[in-house]
Design a protein around this ligand. Sequence first.
Ligand SMILES: NC(=O)c1ccc[n+]([C@@H]2O[C@H](COP(=O)([O-])OP(=O)(O)OC[C@H]3O[C@@H](n4cnc5c(N)ncnc54)[C@H](O)[C@@H]3O)[C@@H](O)[C@H]2O)c1
Ligand SMILES: O=C(O)[C@H](O)COP(=O)(O)O
Length: 528
Amino acid sequence: MTFKVLISDPLSEEGIQPLEAADNIEVVVSTDLSPEQLAEEIGKYDALLVRSQTKVTKEIIEKASKLKIIGRAGVGVDNIDLDAATEHGVIVVNAPDGNTNSAAEHTMAMLMSLARKIPQAFYALKNQKWDRKSHVGVELKGKTLGVIGLGRIGAEVATRAKGQRMNIIAYDPFLTEEKADQMGVDYGTVEDVVRKADFITVHTPLLKETKHLINKAAFELMKDGVQIVNCARGGIIDEDALYEAIVNKKVAGAALDVFEQEPAVNHKLLELPEVIATPHLGASTVEAQENVAIDVSEDVANFLSGGLARNPVNLPSVPKEVMRKIEPYFHLSEKLGTFLTYLTEGVIEEINIYYSGKLAEVEVAPLTRNTIKGLLKRHLGEHVNDVNASFLAEKKGILINEHKTNTSKGFTNLLKVEVKTTKGTRMVAGTLLNGLGARIVQVDTYSVDFIPSGHIVFIRHKDQPGAIGRVGSLLAEQETNIATMQVGRSDVGGEAIMLLTIDKHLDLDELNQLNQLADIYGVTAIEL
Ligand SMILES: NC(=O)c1ccc[n+]([C@@H]2O[C@H](COP(=O)([O-])OP(=O)(O)OC[C@H]3O[C@@H](n4cnc5c(N)ncnc54)[C@H](O)[C@@H]3O)[C@@H](O)[C@H]2O)c1
Ligand SMILES: O=C(O)[C@H](O)COP(=O)(O)O
């Protein structure tokens, strides 16, 4: 099978080698597509690679019938509708580390240019003006730099600013006083940071919570003459409030690499001499572009070949260590879900997944997603996958509960799935036998032992002499070979079950004949 990958923003040619080199991938580079053209084209592609320019909207994703993965060669994914991607089962991956250094260096370049008015002086000189008086700057040494968002880039900026002998005060929701101490920065709230800083730099993602984090009220708390840097995302700083604060002389200068609307030409902030700017160049270095393109190309190529994504954005990433422990249970978890879809009637209201024995000691969320995938796929179709399974279940109002218990009924590990529907509760449990693979060991209250794979017939019948024989004889007449057979009953003469694994698929006629045998209550053909 050949996968088609569209690259719709300029990426480093060296960086996309992992895709070009893959036998099963055809790469198309088309960086001038309008949104309408992209919407028209996207249906042909299995993967899309972008930077920040391509807007991957809900409308685009809805037209992307074959799309499996979107790769963002960079950090920020605010140009991608993540909810729409998740709903349509499209995984989004980014390259979180490749441009950290370049973005931090660009921030420092902007900070120093701002403090020494280098762009303004250069502009004057270019216009034949030898003007030394208007371009007197300030030193960084001894000043306080407020860092809002002390993640990868914020932390690198803090380290470099310390090299300029600045004091750092930082706020990040994940920063503790202890960690701040270890990093040699002062810990503060957003309010502390904006009150105390001479320069403020923001390094958060653009989220609902960070939109206009620096607003009119924040500017009012700042020192007079404060200077502002934004090399993260337009929109973290309220541009109207910044404009006003500069005009009112509260803010002495601002260095902006990013804007609320990009490309930002004819922007009112660019008319102010106190503002210096670059057109979103933080990650535009040869090194960063190569790094991010390699990272994302490798991830996309690997994912298309059936591997796991290293840097998923809309799916929690699972540490390798945990993955190694739970990977053997993947097959079992999906099969248990699928098996139950054949037994249940009515609308699913609640799914309870019980992990016991060894399984109770590990992170099981990926197994839960996989079980739900198995439960939903048969009815909702192939588009249900790990990315959207929980989302779709939630959207359908299904309650999902994970339980960890110690009661593993003598098995070293046991995975039990119980589904409550409008018509009743059904249950199935499975285990992984050392060296023998997966087994289903319980169906409702019956103990069984069979491999969850292939053609299975589940029969409910009256516990009567002859019932089993009649089923065996009819299957023989139908030239159906029985591979294994399990029987179980709750009470003598009561309801009993037969679970047969057979060598071929039973058609409707053959099933009907089985159903009409004496003492048979119901026959279900299961394909696992
Ligand atoms: N200008 C560019 O070209 C360029 C290049 C790379 C990254 N970026 C942008 O820089 C930003 C940071 O990137 P990163 O790689 O450091 O990301 P990161 O995830 O490592 O760090 C972001 C930090 O922001 C913190 N944060 C979240 N909400 C916050 C809040 N309300 N207040 C304070 N902190 C908050 C997080 O806890 C995290 O530590 C992103 O917006 C990214 O898109 C821009
Ligand atoms: O979030 C990022 O990684 C940067 O903003 C880089 O964006 P770009 O890939 O468009 O340069």
